[in-house]
Write a protein that binds this ligand. Structure first.
Ligand code: F6R
Length: 240
């Protein structure tokens, strides 16, 4: 795990975007693993600016998102599908048919998980996976637990995650209780991983990453098993 300290959230976002731009220029049909949440928004904004300036072409880029609430309709204001449209897809020249997000409208969550993992496997898994991190160390919706599932699966959200995500909903009761998420095994199959850690609330979990131990109770520590992980963190996360 390589750690890089950035002074501010904006600097972190610019640096993450530079890494993505480098990949897309080198491999125009790169497969990106994408995340939602507040952290990658600045990175997506930097990518949008580069695309608008004619410096970055998404026409052959493909993407897979980490997770989606279940059940949820695609057009729900809080679906991750809507989030990705609003924060990236609608503002760059990516083809929507090249973007994949677990389907929150699927009749069977289990069948959707199997289908999603099969499409990941067929595509060969992402060239670069962008990740945020939960205050509890979750990655995607892989919540702290004695056991972690390897591939795409359904999950009951942890109370702390429901509370953390309530800021996006009218009330905490409106936060969906379940989700579909890529498993830690699927995530570890990406060729490269870029983990973004920003803000005072992530201080504790950043320290857990600095520590050498690996535990399913802090799922992000499993990323230490991957040979090519870069952690970009800002001073707020460092100093708490
Ligand atoms: C989002 C996701 C989550 C977030 C995490 C941090 O697709 O998988 O694991 O990355 O909850 O969220 P923020 O960035 O809002 O602090």
């Amino acid at each position: 795990m390589k750690f890089i300290c950035c002074n501010t959230y904006d600097a972190l976002s610019e640096q993450a975007a530079e890494i993505l731009k480098g990949l897309i220029r080198e491999k125009p049909n790169a497969i990106l693993g994408l995340a939602t949440g507040s952290t990658p928004v600045g990175t997506y904004r930097a990518l949008i600016r580069a695309n608008r300036a004619g410096e970055l072409d998404f026409s052959a880029v493909r993407s897979f998102n980490l997770d989606e609430y279940f059940p949820i309709s695609q057009n729900d204001a809080q679906s991750y599908y809507t989030f990705m449209r609003q924060n990236l897809f609608d503002h760059v020249n990516i083809r929507l048919e090249n973007t994949k997000i677990p389907n929150g409208e699927a009749k069977s969550a289990e069948a959707e998980c199997a289908l999603y993992e099969a499409s990941l496997a067929e595509a060969g898994y992402p060239d670069l996976q962008i990740l945020g991190i939960g205050e509890n160390g979750h990655i995607g919706f892989n919540e702290p637990s004695d056991r972690l599932s390897e591939s795409t699966h359904t999950v009951d959200l942890a109370e702390s995650t429901i509370a953390a995500n309530a800021r996006f909903f009218d009330s905490q009761d409106d936060v969906p209780r379940r989700a579909i998420t890529m498993g830690m095994g699927s995530i570890l199959k990406s060729k490269k991983i870029l983990l973004l850690v920003s803000g005072k609330k992530k201080h504790g979990v950043l320290n857990a990453l600095f520590d050498a131990s690996i535990t399913t109770h802090i799922p992000a520590t499993l990323l230490k098993l991957h040979p090519d992980v870069t952690v970009l963190y800002d001073l707020d996360a460092k100093n708490g």
